[in-house]
Design a protein around this ligand. Structure first.
Ligand code: AMP
Length: 496
C-alpha cells in the first residue's frame, strides 16, 4: 500500500516522498483516512510506530483551506513534555515544507514575549504543553474558540504527570464542533473516561499494546553487585564489550543518579551527555541534538526526560537500574530496534531487584536471557548482609547502602518536563565511589579532543563524602584568577 491512497494532498505527498517513506505504517494506514474524513480518532499506539505523522500529514492536508486569525489558532496539539512538543514542531517543518503555515510552540521554560508574537500573528498550528497553554489563556492572550482540530497526544503520559484536570479544562474551552484526535499507548480507566467525555463516535485504531517488546530487540540481563561503584564498573565492562555499539541510551531511575553516572562516565573518558528534568530547556535540546547528530555517543537519561524521544538510530539501551514500574522497561528498550532495525538492551540486575524483574517478565510475558551467569539472588543478598556485618564488626564506615533494605519507592521526575514545579526528591541514596580504572573503548574520547564542554546537570545538593579520583584542590581567595578591575590602578584617570 502506498501513501497515494490515503487522501493526502499533493503537497503533503511530495514532502512524504522527500522524507524517503515509501509505505505508511499501520497507524498511518488506519488513522489518516479517518482524519481526512473529519472523524474523531482514538489511536492506541506508542511512539516509534509513526504515530506523529498519522496526525500531522492529514492536518497539513486539511489546513490548506482557510487561514489563521490573530490570537485564534486553527489547530491545537497538546503534548506532555517540551521535548515531545518540539518534536511535533519538527514534524510540521519536515512535512510542511511545501506549505506556508504559521506553527507556534508554547512550552514552559521559554519567555512569553516571543510566544505572544507568534500567537498574535495567527497560528495555523499551535503545539503546547497544558500548563503553558493555560497560562496564555489566563493572560487573555489566546482564544481557543477557533480551534478546528484538537490533538491530545500521549494521553496516558499526561495522566502519569497529573495533567488530566488541565486537559479537561482545555477541552471545555474549545467548541464542541471540533474534530478530536486522541492518542494513548494504553487505556487505563481514567483515559477511557476521558475519551467517552470528549470524543464523538471515534474511529478506533489500535496498532500495538505497550506490553509487547519488539522482536527486533535482543534483551539481556546482566548480574552485578548492588553498590553504585560495582554497577558503574559492570556498565563500563559492558560498554567495552558490546558488539556493534554505535550509540546508546543509559537509563537511571532517578535524576540524581543520572547526574552521578554522567559525571563518572565523563571522568572515564566516555563521550557522554545527560538528560533529566532539572536541566533547562535549551541545554536539553542541545544535548538531544548532539546525540541525534552523533556528536555524543552515550546519553544518560531518566524516564521522564527520555519518554517518547524520536531518536531513530539507537543501537543499544542500557538499564543502569531495573525500572520500578514494569511498563517503563518496555518504553526504555523501545528506544532501540525501531522501524524494523535491530537493537540490543542490557539490564543490570543486583540482589535488590528480584521483584522488579519478576514484574517486568510478567508484563512482557517472557523471560529475559542472562548474559553470562544468572544472578543468585539469595546469595547476593546474603553476601551483602555479610559485608554489612563485617563492616560493623571492623568499626569501619557503615555500608553506604543497606543490604536488605527494601528499595525505597523513589520520587521520580514528574511534571517539571512541562515546566511545572518539580517535586523534590525525598530520598537520597548514599553513594560509594570506586577507584577509577582506564580501559579504552571506541566510546571514549581522548580528553584533549573532548568536545565543547557539556553543560553539567544540576549538582547533588548534599556534599559528597568521597570524590574518588576527583581531587579538587581547595581554592584560597580568588585562586589563580584575579579579576581585571582589581589590577587597575585606582588613581588612574579616566580617558577623556
Ligand atoms: P513516531 O512514532 O511518530 O515517533 O515515529 C517514529 C519514527 O518513524 C520517526 O523517526 C519517523 O520519522 C519514522 N516514520 C514515520 N512514518 C514512517 C514511514 N511511513 N516509514 C518509515 N519511517 C517512518
Amino acid at each position: 500500500m502506498s501513501f497515494d491512497t490515503l487522501g493526502l494532498s499533493e503537497k503533503v505527498l511530495q514532502a512524504v516522498a522527500a522524507s524517503g517513506y515509501t509505505e505508511p505504517t499501520a497507524i498511518q494506514k488506519g488513522a489518516i483516512p479517518y482524519v481526512i474524513e473529519g472523524r474523531d480518532v482514538l489511536g492506541i499506539a506508542q511512539t516509534g510506530t509513526g504515530k506523529t505523522a498519522s496526525f500531522t500529514l492529514p492536518m497539513l492536508t486539511k489546513l490548506e483551506k482557510g487561514r489563521a486569525r490573530s490570537r485564534m489558532p486553527r489547530t491545537l496539539i497538546l503534548e506532555p513534555t517540551r521535548e515531545l512538543a518540539a518534536q511535533v514542531q519538527e514534524n510540521f517543518e519536515k512535512y510542511g515544507v511545501n506549505h506556508k503555515l504559521n506553527v507556534a510552540l508554547l512550552i514552559g521554560g521559554v519567555s512569553f514575549g516571543d510566544q505572544d508574537k507568534k500567537i498574535d500573528r495567527g497560528a495555523d498550528v499551535l503545539i503546547a504543553t497544558p500548563g503553558r497553554l493555560l497560562d496564555h489563556v489566563e493572560r487573555g492572550k489566546l482564544l481557543l474558540q477557533g480551534v478546528e482540530i484538537l490533538v491530545i497526544d500521549e494521553a496516558d503520559r499526561m495522566l502519569d504527570m497529573g495533567f488530566i484536570p488541565d486537559i479537561e479544562r482545555i477541552c471545555k474551552l474549545i467548541p464542541f464542533t471540533r474534530q478530536t484526535l486522541f492518542f494513548s499507548a494504553t487505556m487505563p480507566p481514567e483515559i477511557q473516561r476521558l475519551t467517552e467525555t470528549f470524543l464523538q463516535n471515534p474511529a478506533k485504531v489500535e496498532v500495538s499494546t505497550r506490553s509487547s517488546t519488539s522482536s527486533t530487540i535482543t534483551q539481556y540481563l546482566v548480574a552485578t553487585g548492588g553498590e553504585d561503584y560495582e554497577k558503574r564498573q559492570t556498565l563500563r565492562d559492558l560498554l567495552a564489550q558490546a558488539e556493534d555499539l554505535q550509540n546508546a541510551i543509559v537509563f537511571c531511575n532517578r535524576k540524581v543518579d543520572v547526574a552521578t553516572l554522567f559525571r563518572s562516565l565523563e571522568r572515564h573518558g566516555f563521550n557522554v551527555g545527560a538528560l533529566h528534568g532539572d536541566m533547562d530547556q535549551r541545554t536539553r535540546m542541545t544535548m538531544l541534538d548532539n546525540f541525534r547528530k552523533g556528536n555524543l555517543k552515550l546519553l544518560v537519561a531518566s524516564d521522564v526526560a527520555a519518554r517518547g524521544l524520536d531518536i531513530p538510530d539507537v543501537s543499544h539501551v542500557f538499564n543502569f537500574d531495573v525500572p520500578i514500574h514494569a511498563e517503563d522497561y518496555v518504553h526504555r528498550i523501545g528506544r532501540t530496534g525501531r522501524a524494523g532495525r535491530t537493537g540490543v538492551s542490557y539490564t543490570l540486575v543486583s540482589g535488590d531487584d528480584a521483584k522488579y524483574l519478576a514484574a517486568i517478565e510478567k508484563v512482557i510475558s517472557k523471560t529475559i536471557d542472562w548474559l553470562g551467569e544468572p544472578l543468585d539472588f539469595e546469595a547476593a543478598i546474603a553476601e551483602r548482609k555479610e559485608r554489612r556485618k563485617a563492616a560493623r564488626a571492623g568499626g569501619g564506615d557503615k555500608p553506604k547502602r543497606g543490604p536488605l533494605r527494601e528499595r525505597t519507592p523513589r520520587v521520580r521526575e514528574t511534571t517539571e518536563d512541562a515546566g511545572e514545579a518539580p517535586r523534590r526528591e525525598r530520598t537520597r541514596k548514599p553513594r560509594v565511589e570506586a577507584p577509577a580504572e582506564d580501559r579504552a573503548t571506541e566510546m571514549r574520547q581522548p580528553r584533549e579532543e573532548a568536545q565543547p564542554r557539556q553543560p553539567r546537570p544540576q549538582r547533588d545538593r548534599a556534599p559528597r563524602r568521597d570524590r574518588g579520583q576527583d581531587h579538587d584542590e581547595p581554592v584560597i581567595g580568588l585562586g589563580d584568577h584575579v579579576p581585571a578591575f582589581l589590577l587597575r590602578d585606582p588613581r588612574a584617570k579616566k580617558a577623556s
